[in-house]
Write a protein that binds this ligand. Sequence first.
Ligand code: HEM
Length: 166
Amino acid sequence: MPTWALSLVFWLHLLATVLWIGGLGALSLLVLPAARRNLSLEKQVALLDAIQRRLDPLAWFSLAVLVMTGLFQMSANPNYQGFLVIRGSWAVAILLKHIFVGGMVVVGAFQTWGVLPALRRAILLQQAQGRTDDLGALHRRQEVLLQLNLLLAVIVLALTALARAS
Ligand code: HEM
């Protein structure tokens, strides 16, 4: 693969990493703690919903870019010996990386198609009838899933560093 093409692929892989993992990090470590200290539950839920309406599609877009560029990077890497040929620490690190990326996809899917729709229904119920039954529990579940995905992302980066050093 010509150097300009591999550079472009790595650049896109790193950009997608910064957008997705950076967004998860800023939300979990900066926004949520500050919102918890300064806003009512209803306002916290409204703020996080507004942020998720942007972060959620961005995360799925970043994942698509990471998978496409990652496959190119893998095929261009001298350590790569073929599909599911797991020999040497590089291949083991990349395989484990894929497993943890898979974990991030499962958590993301639960968030996008499970918790977020339920939370939006609870917000409508709260606005229409002032009832906040599930709002607190759903909001907490969303926070936990965001933090879990950040933890998985940190492990993905550690495995990437291991692959780079191999
Ligand atoms: C959450 C998902 C992912 C994140 C955060 C991520 C992040 C990164 C980062 C930061 C690098 C290091 C680039 C460098 O040091 O030059 C990298 C390299 C790499 N990534 Fe990913 N990546 C992800 C998903 C994937 C996927 C799905 C694949 C494969 C399909 C993949 C394959 C690779 C390969 C082959 C390398 C080069 C490793 C090496 O140079 O030895 N990545 N990734």
